[in-house]
Design a protein around this ligand. Structure first.
Ligand code: NI
Length: 173
């Protein structure tokens, strides 16, 4: 297992639609282990492969913060197939260190995916898991939590996002 470097906003890989992957690909098991390790190290609830620079449709979630191994969820080629209701709650993302903002999300989400053993499954949830499902599937489609800000929150974050873009430009120069 290894901790992987995180891709931070505005890295273009975060805006790319990730590609469908063969669940039988031998390297996936090691990648999933690394995603969990990287996520736990950063105290995250979920992590998508493009957040470590790989544009394939793989994400992990653990809404127990590593407390309960049964809560570990591996999503390969996940698809959002149902949404219900609406909530506004605070949300953050490991690609935006230190940034939290209120987002508008569905109150419940239903996702179809394939596990590491190649078996298709469906998961439906509200609460933290419901939000994480929407957040991670969004990542794989190139969407970020800053795309779900209610009016008013956008203006609040604009300065901080600009600062992140400037810092990235400076680091590249
Ligand atoms: Ni995120």
């Amino acid at each position: 297992m290894a901790k992987l470097p995180l891709s931070l906003y505005p890295d273009p890989v975060l805006r790319r639609k990730s590609r469908v992957v063969d669940p039988a690909r031998p390297s996936l098991r090691a990648l999933v282990d690394d995603l969990f390790e990287t996520m736990y190290d950063a105290d995250g609830v979920g992590l998508a492969a493009n957040q470590v620079g790989l544009d394939i449709r793989v994400a992990v979630i653990d809404d127990s913060g590593g407390e309960d191994p049964m809560r570990r969820l591996v999503l390969i080629n996940p698809k959002l197939v149902g949404e219900e209701g609406e909530i506004e709650e605070e949300e953050g993302c490991l690609s935006f260190p230190g940034l939290r903002a209120k987002t508008r999300r569905a109150a419940r989400a239903r996702v179809q995916a394939v596990g590491l053993d190649g078996t298709a499954f469906e998961v439906e949830s509200g609460g933290l898991l419901g939000k994480a499902l929407q957040h991670e599937v969004g990542h794989l489609d190139g969407r970020l939590f800053i795309d779900y800000l209610p009016q008013g929150q956008k203006a609040l974050l604009a300065g901080r996002l600009k600062q992140m873009r400037n810092e990235a430009a400076k680091a590249r120069a």
